[in-house]
Design a protein around this ligand. Structure first.
Ligand code: C5P
Length: 405
């Protein structure tokens, strides 16, 4: 659900540090990219190796380490993050953070980053109640880029009872999801077609294509993370449905069109056609398996309905985005399709390039649209990147376009 969001988890030296292993696991499970930074104190409670294994990345812990700086330097790391979560955040860290200090790697990152910082305080109840800690916490409340998650109340490791327990990893996870959910497509209804369609020849054979559905599914996940209510109309594929996304499984182009029209009738704000719809269907599907009696065989085909063009020509129409997979004159053909199909935006890619395309993990595209105010053609090129990351970028571009129009 976090679909390539870059989350930097800072761990400071409190007993709750061991619980953060679970938070890192939940973040990774939700497809976030996670990097962990530990203070010296944190390493007394949990080993960097545990966090390295769970995050899948080396753990950062030293500010002035030439080899670490040669890998991902501290400023680069500060820029990399979409969100920093410090959990547990000790009274000492909170005091240093409030004072704007930069005397270890984590405090330096928190000072250098433009990303929001969320802290999950964890300390003894008396330390939490202490007016100096409260003054530090209060100093964060007016800053819209800082969040204080918790603390919880209950029995503490030292036996005291009161406020100061770190929120449980699942609650922190909910807060992370909630933060990203307040995204640009909050409450919008998004419908995405994905995968191939299959057109039967007889009960055992069909015409189809190699579409994996990856791009459409990645867009569904990214739209969901941006706060949309997402429905995927998917042809037969073998990839999991992103959590929180509704699935309508279809086989043929006609079924895909029917689902799309029903969803458009019920209020669709954005329609993204990522499916590789079979251009033709068999005119007369044989009721029984066709026998190979003749040397030659002719199958008569009939053109399938154009789903995206049908949706785009409705009187009340959603913001419609299509794809153009081309092998030559990519931008010119894509522009033609944008106009002919009455689309609001088109995503063009060069499928003659073997690095990208139907079954690959990566894609490189140019998105084209016409500026509604000036009538000028506009485009944004996205260099070769993972489809997950690309989907997030495309969803951001669509959101910005909708906001501007
Ligand atoms: O015309 P062409 O197939 O190249 O157009 C590609 C775009 O149109 C894609 O967005 C695809 O999902 C959509 N399409 C469709 N219905 C069809 C054919 C293509 O929605 N029958």
């Amino acid at each position: 659900m976090l679909n390539g969001r870059r989350i930097l988890v800072g761990i400071t030296g409190g007993i709750a540090a061991y619980k953060v292993a679970e938070l890192v696991r939940l973040l990774v499970k939700s497809s976030a990219e996670v990097r962990v930074v530990m203070t010296e104190g944190a390493k007394e409670f949990i080993t960097p190796l545990t966090l390295q294994a769970l995050s899948g990345n080396p753990v950062h812990h030293t500010l002035l380490d030439p080899s670490a700086e040669a890998g991902m330097g501290h400023i680069e790391l500060a820029k990399w993050a979409d969100l920093i979560v410090v959990a547990p955040a000790t009274a000492n860290f909170i005091a240093r953070f409030a004072a704007g200090m930069a005397n270890d790697l984590l405090s330096t990152l928190c000072l250098a980053t433009d990303a929001p910082v969320a802290i999950a305080p964890a300390m003894n109840q008396a330390m939490w109640k202490n007016p100096r800690t409260q003054r530090n916490i209060n100093s964060f409340l007016s800053d819209s880029n800082l969040f204080v998650w918790g603390p919880d109340s209950g029995v503490q490791a030292c036996g005291d009872v009161g406020l100061g327990r770190m929120l449980e990893p699942v609650q922190l996870m909910d807060n992370v999801l909630g933060y990203f959910k307040s995204g640009a497509l909050q409450g919008k209804n998004v419908v995405i077609t994905a995968g191939p369609t299959r057109e039967a020849i007889d009960p055992v054979r069909y015409i189809s294509n190699h579409s994996s559905g990856k791009m459409g599914y990645a867009l569904a996940a990214a739209a969901q993370v941006a706060g949309a209510n997402v429905t995927l109309i998917s042809g037969p594929v073998s990839i999991p449905v992103p959590e929180g996304v509704d699935l309508q499984s279809v086989v043929t182009a006609s079924e895909m069109l029917k689902s799309a029209e029903i969803l458009a009738d019920n209020g669709c704000d954005i329609f993204i056609a990522a499916a590789a719809v079979a251009d033709y269907r068999v005119l007369e599907v044989a009721e029984q398996k066709i026998k190979k009696t003749n040397d030659d065989m002719v199958i008569e085909l009939s053109k399938n309905p154009d789903i995206v063009a049908t949706i785009a020509s409705r009187k009340v129409k959603p913001f419609v985005v299509g794809f153009a997979a081309e092998t030559q004159d990519v931008l010119a053909y894509a522009k033609g399709k944008l106009i002919r199909k009455k689309l609001d935006m088109i995503i063009a890619n060069d499928v003659s390039d073997s690095r990208i395309g139907f079954n690959s993990e990566d894609n490189e595209v140019t998105v084209l649209w016409q500026n509604k105010q000036s009538g000028a053609d506009e485009n944004t090129a996205f260099s070769l990147q993972n489809k997950t990351q690309l989907a997030t970028n495309i969803i951001e571009l669509i959101s910005a376009q909708i906001a501007a129009s």
